[in-house]
Design a binder for this molecule. Structure first.
Ligand code: NZQ
Ligand code: ZN
Length: 385
């Protein structure tokens, strides 16, 4: 296990009705908030109204910025940062899924930055400060409510890039699983695949971490059990609660501390979203089994066998390669059972940008579990067509 520093300081208010704590979460950081939200789901389901009622009652002023896109755009970030600067905003309060929270994170950093917010996406080290962020989560997927990352797109240049800084980790998050009962089957399934992918990206690492791996397997089993349950029974509170909490722990750094490794499948998927604006979790569900098949070899086979036995109940007495292949098949079958696509052509991706997407993702493969060249990534994309 590598050395690490453990500090995951986000205060979590988890469970039914925890929105009542929103003023308690915001007040330590100031008396004027910018509420950030997406295409309107939070207005339809009443969460926005309840938040603003509580803020008004507690004497906390607010402004709002709606319209954050799934795969949030840099243009919306710029708008938000300007609002913060002009309105003397002290706290940023996103209500929504990962797109809204990611957008709010770079708004919070952009508010305290003199240059263009895109600089902060290109280089996380330029994030030297950010307004405090209090997130209200409405979709279990990205873990943005408890992590240091934000992913922002510039569609004009076909760039979708992740940036990271401890300054943008939310100070607090309100996580009421009942809010996610209105998330449709598609986004519930895609969210589950995203959570599983975050766990797998740390699990398949070249650094040892026995304890982290057993925790990861427990989280994966949680997703497998409750993802399908939430898709089939949207108002199953226990399913929603388990998915929501697993989503945070998949990516809040806990699983990867001590086994730092660059991710493999996410850089490839981000290129798909940058060129075709597809749902992130759906892209991951398509690519993951193909990536697994590609990196399965005599060096990695034992890890895949362990994954199969501990996560997918693959019989322990099977020969290693057979066990590994069965594990990959069960992974692919599960994504299909969730109702997710298994081919790039199903989400409207054609051959046109495969080369450039492979080239761009290959530039981010240094130090990954199995380093992939541009040609290998191109082969994975082609196999996934
Ligand atoms: O925009 P609204 O109207 O709110 O509707 C959203 C959106 O259409 C809807 N939704 C959210 N909560 C709902 C709801 N609909 C009904 N009821 C609710 N309670 O769901 C749709 C998708 O929302 P979005 O926020 O885009 O989904 P998600 O949370 O999956 O976020 C995806 C984005 O996060 C990035 C992805 O790349 C993508 O841009 N990621 C962020 C990460 C991070 N910050 O660490 C890591 C991830 O790997 C990922 O890359
Ligand atoms: Zn993801």
């Amino acid at each position: 296990m590598e050395n690490f520093i453990y500090s995951i300081p986000t205060t979590i208010y988890f469970g039914k009705g925890q929105i009542e704590h929103v003023s308690q979460a915001v007040r330590p950081y100031g008396k004027k908030a910018l509420i950030v939200y997406g295409g309107g789901s939070v207005k339809k389901n009443g969460i926005f109204d309840r938040v603003t009622e509580i803020l008004e009652h507690e004497g906390i002023a607010w402004e709002e910025l709606g319209g954050v896109e799934p795969n949030p755009r840099i243009e919306t970030v710029r708008k938000g940062a300007e609002l913060c600067k002009a309105g003397n905003i002290e706290v940023v309060l996103p209500i929504g899924g990962g797109s809204t929270i990611d957008c709010a994170k770079i708004i919070a950093a952009g508010a305290l930055y003199d240059g263009d917010a895109w600089d902060l996406v290109l280089d996380g080290k330029k994030i030297q400060a950010a307004l405090p962020i209090v997130a209200v989560l409405t979709l279990a997927a990205t873990g943005s409510e408890m992590d240091t990352a934000a992913v922002i797109s510039d569609m004009a240049s076909n760039n979708k890039l992740g940036t990271k800084s401890e300054h943008i980790r939310p100070k607090a998050a309100i996580m009421d699983p009942s809010y996610t009962e209105t998330v449709n089957a598609w986004h519930t399934a895609a969210g589950t695949a995203d959570i599983m992918s975050h766990i797998l990206e740390s699990y398949f690492s070249n650094a040892e971490g026995y304890m982290q791996d057993r925790m990861a397997e427990g989280l994966l089993k949680t997703c497998i059990q409750f993802g399908i349950r939430a898709v089939e029974h949207p108002d199953d509170y226990e399913a929603r609660a388990n998915l929501m909490w697993a989503g945070s722990w998949a990516i809040n750094d806990f699983l990867k501390l001590g086994k730092l490794v660059p991710w493999s499948v996410h850089p490839m998927e981000h290129e798909l979203s940058a060129y075709y604006d597809i749902t992130h979790g759906a892209g991951l569900a398509i690519l993951t089994p193909h990536w697994m098949r590609h990196v399965l070899n005599t060096r990695t086979v034992e890890k895949f066998r362990t994954y199969g036995v501990n996560v997918w109940d693959v019989p322990a007495d099977l020969p290693s390669m057979e066990a590994a292949e069965l594990a990959i098949k069960r992974t692919a079958d599960y994504f299909k059972a969730l109702g997710l696509p298994s081919r790039l052509s199903e989400v409207g991706i054609d051959e046109k940008y495969l080369e450039i997407m492979a080239e761009k993702s290959a530039s981010r493969m240094k130090g990954t579990y199995v380093e992939l060249t541009k040609d290998e990534i191109l082969q994975i994309f082609k196999e996934a067509m």
